[in-house]
Design a protein around this ligand. Sequence first.
Ligand SMILES: O=C(O)CCC(=O)C(=O)O
Ligand SMILES: [Fe+2]
Length: 325
Amino acid sequence: MSDESRIVPREQLPSNGLHPLPMPVINLGHLTLEPAIRARVVRDIAKACQDLGNFQVINHGVSQSVMDGAVEAASDFFKLPSEIKEEFASEDIRQPVRYHTSSKDGISLSRALLKLYAHPLSDWMQYWPEKPPIYRDCMGNFAVEVRRVALQLMGAILEGLGLGKDYEHDKFEEGLQLLSVNRYPKESEGDSTIGLAAHSDYGFLTILLASSQGLEVVDRNSDSWKVVPQLPHALHVHVGDPMEVLSNGKIKTVVHRAVLNPKEARVSIASIHGFALDEKVSSAKELVNEQNPEKYNESSFSDFLDHLTSNMDKKPRNFLESLRK
Ligand SMILES: O=C(O)CCC(=O)C(=O)O
Ligand SMILES: [Fe+2]
């Protein structure tokens, strides 16, 4: 996603697309069971975050009808005549609702994007599209439900880091949620086989719902691209730059991209979760010591947007790298 991500020169990596990534699948329902079971799930999530940076969740509490409704609303929006969609176009990357199809951001090679601020919903929904008529309800229901999953996961990850599930509780509760609603053409109709080039996200967590396969991630073990399998009823989760900062490098951000699907146009909804616009993220003091000195300077989402704006005309610099001490 253009505004919440950084560009990484990963194009040189071999594409190993035929080999799907072995994907941990976490049963989130087990998080609310007895302490011993919860502790095991927390360990599995912590391991997935540290080893791979991504995993999938099932039994997450977002109903299939809510997921289908969000995908339908997204698809129907992108089918609207251009002049209706273009009403949401803006050069200002701070706009809470923004539509674009150009490759000005350097990473949208063959995609249309509608970016929406989503939390608190009552502040932002009034700016969302009113067409198609199901849009606000369907996307709003998904936003609320997926945010609950994100907060639950964040608690488990913080617990897994040894910080306790309520670490910085208020900052997560009051944090931003952004939806990147993406539409990619069928492969034969795209300008390039890549829809969205390599990047990492500017949120602690991204939860992704997609209508079909197309997401690829860099597998750290083989340093090659791997296809993310599309599992029924599952949501895909990956960590972003602020998680690397908060964990002082214990958890690494995930470089990913979207390739065009050969069989059909594809819609994806990435829900991105961070602190409030001006709230700084720094490495947890509990994870900093003589052996592990603080690796990053603190920054806010607002700093990231400033960074994007000031690098817009040049090849964008990697934001996370710019924070490294
Ligand atoms: O469409 C996808 O699979 C990925 C989308 C994504 O990475 C994003 O919106 O940041
Ligand atoms: Fe992304």
